[in-house]
Design a protein around this ligand. Structure first.
Ligand code: MLT
Length: 254
């Protein structure tokens, strides 16, 4: 794995605090928040939602709600008072949401999206639900890949790192030498994935956010969130809004 034969790098950022250390201008950035924001976004597009508008401040969610928009959001796992629903991926599978726009606000995931959007051209949202579709899209673009783990309040998160490791493994395998990983966080992620991939559901018992969700009775999403390739959706950030690449007028790469 530690090879510089390939020309393109794949790197992993473990925390928003480390983000300024990475050069993202020319990279494809994959935002990861497995429990639950990035999984919920992929579930939404799998269901046929048209657009997700990510916001960071609660006051923004309130303003969009007053304008009549559907608002989803949580803080520390709990639904925002102004929101129609919280951040469970299952909420986003409601058939009534097909073709709709949803404003979304989460503790870490949408904050990470807002943070990277300022200086990055290519931002997509990744989860186990769309891992193969995201890898295919990344390989078709041929840019350096930067996997951004949203974590929990700037802390390292096991579930995000597992996904990063699964993606590093897949990209290095499928790129057949075009990509290299010489960043220790990418290598550590892949090593962690090797440890967990036989039974990710069992491994994730160690994760702090898994227990936070359990305490709140919100942990019914674990198995779903760790299931690979439920959807071909590729959620991509365009002008501050998330759309499914498959539904854009000129889909590229897929
Ligand atoms: C987040 O963005 O912080 C998470 O998705 C929190 C959650 O929904 O549990």
């Amino acid at each position: 794995m530690h090879s510089e034969k390939g020309q393109l790098s794949i790197e992993v950022c473990f925390s928003p605090l480390s983000w300024p250390l990475f050069r993202s201008e020319n990279a494809l950035v994959v935002i990861i928040d497995i429990f639950r924001a990035s999984t919920a976004i992929c579930a939404a597009f799998h269901n046929g939602v048209d657009t997700i508008i990510p916001v960071a401040e609660v006051s923004e969610s309130e303003a969009w709600k007053q304008k009549g928009y559907i608002v989803a959001g949580e803080r520390d796992g709990q639904k925002l008072a102004c929101a129609d629903f919280g951040n469970s991926p299952f909420n986003f599978l409601d058939p009534g949401l097909r073709g709709k726009t949803i404003v979304m606000n989460t503790t870490n995931g949408t904050q990470a999206i807002k943070m990277v959007s300022a200086n990055t051209r290519e931002v997509v949202i990744g989860s186990f639900l769309n891992i193969s579709a995201i890898c295919r899209y990344a390989l078709s673009l041929g840019r350096p890949i930067l996997l951004f783990c949203a974590g929990w309040k700037n802390r390292f998160s096991l579930e995000d790192t597992l996904f990063a490791g699964a993606m590093v493994e897949k990209i290095l395998y499928e790129a057949r030498g075009r990509y290299y990983a010489n960043c220790d966080s990418a290598i550590a992620s892949a090593d962690l994935w090797l440890l967990a991939k036989g039974n990710p559901l069992q491994y994730i018992e160690k994760a702090a956010h898994r227990h936070r969700l359990k305490t709140m009775g919100l942990d019914d999403i674990l198995e779903y969130s760790l299931t690979q390739d439920i959807t071909e959706a590729v959620p991509v950030l365009i002008d501050g809004m998330i759309r499914d690449l498959r539904r854009l007028p000129t889909p590229a790469g897929l």
